[in-house]
Write a protein that binds this ligand. Sequence first.
Ligand SMILES: Cc1ncc(COP(=O)(O)O)c(C=O)c1O
Length: 423
Amino acid sequence: MKNDVIKRARRHLTPALVFHTDIVVKKASGIYVEAEDGQTYVDFTAGLATANLGHCPAEVVSAARAQMDKLIHSGCIFYYESEAALSERLASIAPKGIDMFFFSNSGSEAVEGAIKLARFYTGRQGIISFMGGFHGRTFGALTLTTSSVRYRRKYFPLLPSVFHSPYPYCYRCPMGQEVNTCSVDCVQYLERIFKYQTPAEEVAAVIIEPVLGEGGYIVPPHKFVKRLSELCRSEGILIIADEVQSGFGRTGKWFASEHLGLKPDIMTMAKGIASGFPLSAVGSTKKIMSKWTPGAHGTTFGGNPVSCAAASATIDKIERDNVLVNAERMGGYALKRLREMKERHPSIGDVRGLGLMIGVEFTKKDGTPDKETLLRVMKRCLRKGLIIIECGVDKNVARLMPPLIIRKEEMEKALDIFEEALG
Ligand SMILES: Cc1ncc(COP(=O)(O)O)c(C=O)c1O
């Protein structure tokens, strides 16, 4: 059965799609995935940081079912309750001032919308993104993405007027500095871009992942965020926070920007927003959004009524069950245990993260990235029923992003498996 599904999928699905495992799922519930061959796995990927409430959460499923009986599609022909309700719910949880939204389907689409909005509002063309960032695969989003050259190969030319600046990856500082003595050289690099490559007054926006995702699960220092924000404000450049991966409780707060004191002008959201139903959003202030004239952007499927109902039910459940607190607690516990493991296992070079967005970087004795050891660890974990995937340009960072509803005993067990696999 398993091989049959894989064989059929491989016959008609493009090889460009990469599947991280060869598990064929029968059904999934909470943090568990049941495979066709009978084995049960703990899903530490949450379907790529999306099933934040676990797979098929009952309240979300029933909200979606109820909506399906009423209206499945609008195509911007009619107004409907579930979209209006979601916009109110989002305004109540988004960072202060972000209170108008454009709904679309995927993270990439939200990033495209954010680029368009920034250009439209400012009348400037330039966009700055950070090295190692992942913002999606459509052409605009891909131009901003530099988490690996494999996403960009053979697709040039990309969007013009996009510039890249180093992300503060302090464990391997791109500017060759030490954490304690660094004078936020990453921001100084940006100033150099304004001196050598593009005048600041032609830059519409800087887009940043508040916690770098695909690029290696990296948390930037506060002083970087502060200096970056000051620079953008002084030059009239908008800040776009790409919270597609770090949002909806992943870091123990609704949005990772809150940890860092980052005050975005525009935000992108997707993944955890609707527990796996396709939905994304560009959020911004009334001041900026109200300048986006009718017809300047649009969609057929965006803001799907069922996805909107699922999203409101997701937000309700996160609030009702104190899921943010659980993510913070379980994240703190995991970080502590992983840091203890680092002392016992020299193959772990760094442990970092916020909430349940945790990276464990594997290094060789000489400090260079160690992809092979991580691959062995992931394979052993999988054999023991724990699904973990990697990130980082060198594929040497284990990214732990379990559903946020994980309980202490489940976390303990998973970390036991991880440590056994290290051994
Ligand atoms: C930060 C970030 N932005 C954008 C995207 C693109 O989202 P999608 O794959 O839904 O297009 C991703 C996907 O991983 C992401 O992590």
